[in-house]
Structures are given as C-alpha cells and as structure tokens.
Design a binder for this molecule. Structure first.
Ligand SMILES: Nc1ncnc2c1ncn2[C@@H]1O[C@H](COP(=O)(O)OP(=O)(O)OP(=O)(O)O)[C@@H](O)[C@H]1O
Ligand SMILES: [Mg+2]
Length: 430
C-alpha cells in the first residue's frame, strides 16, 4: 500500500517516517504542505493522510482539490475536529484525533487496507443507497414530510434547509416524484461543484462561437429541466454576479443562451437547498435578498439526525442488511453496546456519516455481531460536547505552533487582531 502523509510539523513528520519504516508493507512518502503533495501524488497512491491546520492550502481545501479520487484519513486536533467532520461530505471516512500513538495510526491504515481490498473484490456498482428514499421514520421527519407532501402538489419554490448529510437531495427528488411534474426531468445542479466562470454557460447554455471553446451550441440546465424540476443545490455558493441572472430567469420564465439574442420560454419548478446561513450571507452582501425571497416561498427545515433518534437504528439496520448482501456476508447484527453507541453519538455528518460508519463496520467486523470497537466512533469524540474555552485554547495553540510563534501570521490565520490574540494568549496562560 502506497501512502502519502501531508503534515507541516517537521517533528511529527519525521517521527511518522521513522515509526512507519518498520512496516515494509506500507510505502510512505511525506510532504510538508498541500501544494507539494498535489505535485507529488499520482494514481499509484492508495491512501492520503493529511493534517488540517497547515499554512498555505489547508487540509480541507486540499481534499477538495483531490476531487474524491483518493481515500483520505484526516489527522486532527480537537480544535479542528468539527471541520474534519464536515469533510465527510467530501468523502472522508476516517479521522485520527491528535495526539495519537503510532499503533492507532497503523490500526487506521490497516482498516483502510482491508476495506479497499474487500471493496475491490466485489463488482463496482455505485454504493448509493439503492432505495433512494427514506429508510426510517421519526416525528421530526414526518413533520417535514407533511410540508413536502403539500408543497409537492403546487409549483411553489421550495427551500430545503439543513446540515450536511441530512437528506436535502433525497427530499428534493421525493418532492419531484410526488409532483405533477414527476414524468418530466429532474435536473440537479450543485453550485459548489462548478467553477465560478462556468456557472452561467452551465445554467443557460450557449450558442456556437459564444466563446473560444464553444465549437458547438449547447443547452443549459434550465432548458434541460423544462417541464420538470430544477434542483439548485448549495445555493449559498452561488456567485453574486450570477444571482441576478437566475432571479431574472425565474421571474420572466425565460432564458437566453450565451451568445444568443433569442429568448427561450421555460417552465420549471425550482427547489433549492443550502446548509449555509443565508441570513448572514444577505447581511454580508453576499446573497441577494430578492432572490432569497423568490426561492424561499416554502422553507422546509430538515432536522439533524441527532434530533431524529428514532431513525438511527432503523436506518443502521437497513444499511447493515444492504451491505451484508453487497459483500456476500451472512446477515450480521449490532451488539446491544453498539446500538447504544449508535444512539449516543451526535452524528455531525448526519445520515451520510451513519451510512459510511455502518458500511465500514460490516466490512471490518470479524464476527456475526458488530462490536462498539468495530464502529470506531470513539475516535470521533463520541457524544462529547467540548468546552468552548478549551477549544479556543487548543486552536490558538495549534495555530501558534504552525506559524512558529509568529503572532502576526497567527492572528491573520485566526482572523483576529494581534492585540486580542496577545490578550488571549495571556488569558489562556499559553
Ligand atoms: N431518510 C433517509 N433514509 C435513508 N438514507 C438517507 C436518508 N436521508 C439521506 N439519506 C442518504 O444520506 C446521504 C446524504 O443525503 P443527501 O445527499 O440528500 O444529503 P444533503 O442534505 O443533500 O447533504 P449535503 O448538504 O452534504 O449535500 C445520501 O446517500 C442519501 O441517500
Ligand atoms: Mg446535497
């Protein structure tokens, strides 16, 4: 197994190199920052292990740039644990909480090795939830579904709000399937996934010769969705300049391809989704309030999984069954203690996280009954709510370390003035 370790702290890097040299089955290459790693990593690598807090490009940005092509393990301090967990959305499935000993790291690498081998051994079908629907039920889900059911019958714009992984996309397609437009197209566009300069041509299409690379005319997503539903995902990431154009298209119910003067009539229902705080973005002048009102005719709040506890074991059980079939195992079960852990954990990555934890446990478990150790939830700070002051102290400590005590640099990274950083250093007795 070929592994890249990206870590800016030289002591940490060197000690990992030394410790790992005992394991001949792992070929290790270390990088001191993300930029170097991006240059040095090619398809021959099987696993990337990265720090989060690094000068220049940070770990999360780095993982985004890798574009899901590699399995990633994150090494994180408590202070950045929350950010590490948000990266579940980017496909990260394992975390190591610092400080950890080498055995913990080796354990994580071996887990990953086993999972990759098992996954390679089965025919590559998409690991998406095959039912593509709701696998459990709870009061909070029912009340959101009730609004969705009513709204589905109308053409009103719907704004889906909720944390990452709660099922916004599942709701969007459920609404489409239950609407009069069900037989027409459902087109989803993720605003965060398209580079800013391509969003317009992606949405509205273009005529031949509209720009240098436009060798042929192409319809945009608005046109493709005609008669059906357009799902605008992560609208908080929409560039400000594009917002006015989208608003216009929705109000006038017509669009114009780039490089064309012809208006094209469109008939679409819009569902949008975000996990960003749009109110704050409007205050900051990053999101147009007129567009917000246009998109937000019916808001639907989707509760996080920790507030839908009734669903946890129901979904876990279904995912367990699906994965036992997928990997050809006899049906496994969760021990009582594992069930308790599944219920106690706070699931910051919501259903997406639950699904990946269960799939990994199915692969890793040695026996018929899945033990708490095989869920590996304790590395994620099981149900632990951390004290804010303590977290701040750790964050400052980490940033000071990575900026080698340079207060100017550290205060910039932390987004606070040098004076208030100095005060905090004194208060925390750092
Ligand atoms: N109620 C549910 N039952 C079963 N699976 C679900 C449920 N809700 C979501 N999922 C699954 O969880 C994963 C995440 O759901 P989805 O992509 O809809 O979340 P999201 O809110 O759009 O997240 P993000 O903000 O990160 O895009 C998907 O694989 C989806 O199929
Ligand atoms: Mg989504």
């Amino acid at each position: 197994m070929k592994i890249a370790i990206v870590e800016d702290d030289i002591n940490m890097r060197k000690s990992l190199e030394i410790a790992m040299s005992d394991y001949k089955e792992f070929e290790i290459q270390t990088f001191k920052n993300a930029k170097d790693a991006l240059k040095g990593i090619d398809e021959s690598f099987n696993l990337i292990i990265t720090d989060i807090n690094m000068p220049g490009m940070d770990g999360i940005e780095f993982i985004k740039t890798l574009g899901g092509k590699f399995e990633v393990i994150i090494m994180t301090g408590n202070a950045t644990l929350q950010r590490a967990i948000e990266s579940i959305h980017l496909g990260v499935k394992d975390f190591l909480l610092k400080p950890f000993d080498v055995d913990t790291l080796i354990g994580a690498i071996k887990r990953e090795d086993k999972i990759q081998k098992v996954q390679k051994s089965i025919p590559q079908k998409s690991s998406k939830n095959p039912t593509n629907g709701f696998l459990g039920t709870s009061k909070a889900l029912e009340s959101a579904l009730k609004i969705a059911d009513k709204a589905a019958k109308t053409d009103a714009s719907i704004l889906l709000l909720g944390e990452s992984g709660v099922g916004k996309e599942v709701f969007a397609s459920y609404i489409h399937e239950n609407s009069p437009r069900a037989k027409k197209p459902f087109i989803a566009i993720n605003m965060a996934a398209i580079p800013d300069n391509l969003i317009e041509s992606e949405l509205f299409g273009f005529e031949k010769g509209a720009f240098t690379d436009a060798s042929e005319a192409k319809a945009g997503q608005f046109e493709l969705a005609n008669g059906g539903t357009l799902f605008l995902d992560e609208i908080g990431e929409m560039p400000y300049s594009v917002q006015a154009k989208i608003l216009r298209a929705l109000q006038e119910k017509e669009i114009r391809r780039l490089g064309s003067s012809k208006e094209i009539k469109i008939d679409i229902r819009v569902i949008s989704a975000t996990n960003a705080n749009l109110g704050q973005k409007i205050k900051n002048g990053e999101f147009r309030d007129d567009l917000y009102f246009r998109l937000n005719t019916i808001p639907i709040n989707i509760a996080p999984l920790r507030e839908r506890k009734d669903e946890i074991l129901q979904i876990a059980q279904k995912i367990l069954e699906q994965n036992c079939i997928k990997y050809g195992f006899d049906l496994k079960s969760f021990s009582n203690e594992s069930q308790k852990q599944l219920l106690d954990y706070h699931w910051p990555g919501n259903i997406r996280e639950l699904m990946s934890v269960v799939e990994r446990a199915v692969i890793l478990s040695e026996n018929e009954e899945i033990t708490p150790q095989e869920l590996f939830l304790e590395y994620r700070g099981l149900a632990k709510r951390r004290d804010i002051t303590e977290m701040e102290k750790e964050l400052i400590q980490e940033v000071l370390l990575s900026s080698q005590g340079n207060l100017e640099k550290a205060s910039k990274t932390l987004g606070m003035s040098k004076a208030s950083l100095e005060k905090k250093i004194k208060n925390h007795e750092l």
